[in-house]
Design a protein around this ligand. Structure first.
Ligand SMILES: [Fe+2]
Ligand SMILES: [Fe+2]
Length: 166
């Protein structure tokens, strides 16, 4: 269980750095709203990583701070980038579900309870990116449509995030 939690620290760290790479790409490409959105997303993943680190330390299993491999920094389009983000989230969801199963099997009730927040968070995260992807079908993929989507992402980045635990 501790190994799985430490792996999760690395996975959240990787998510944070890949969203940072996405934010940076958006910034240099001129998608200001999407850049704000992914910078915020990167910060959020860092808070997830720290949540797991605190938990490991709290249960007396000193967290291991991992080396984080460099994310890919180039994307073909904003839509492609969001698709990659959704895939990342699906990978994270799978890892969390596996941990829930392990906690259940090991009768580790505290970890099981700790993970509930993450289970709910992942539902939100996947929905978030799916909703962004729908915008390309609804609004379009030409320059004006992408500019519109960029504005929507700017508004999303400015809006406070709902806590899944509430
Ligand atoms: Fe996360
Ligand atoms: Fe996430």
């Amino acid at each position: 269980m501790k190994k799985a939690l430490n792996d999760q620290v690395a996975l959240e760290g990787l998510a944070s750095s890949s969203y940072l790479a996405m934010a940076s790409w958006c910034e240099v490409t001129g998608y200001k709203g999407a850049a704000d959105y992914f910078y915020a997303q990167s910060d959020e993943e860092r808070t997830h990583m720290i949540k797991v680190i605190h938990y490991l330390n709290d249960i007396g299993a000193t967290a291991t701070i991992p080396a984080i491999k460099a994310p890919s920094g180039t994307y073909k389009s904003l839509e492609g980038l969001v698709k990659t983000a959704l895939k990342n989230e699906q990978t994270v969801t799978k890892a969390i579900h596996k941990m829930v199963e392990l906690a259940h099997k090991e009768k580790d009730h505290s970890t099981y309870a700790f993970l509930e927040w993450f289970v709910n968070e992942q539902v939100q995260e996947e929905t978030k990116f799916e909703t962004v992807l729908q915008k390309f079908d609804l609004i379009g993929r030409d320059k004006i449509a992408i500019n519109e989507i960029d504005k929507i992402l700017a508004a999303d980045a400015a809006a406070p995030e709902a806590d899944p635990a509430v």
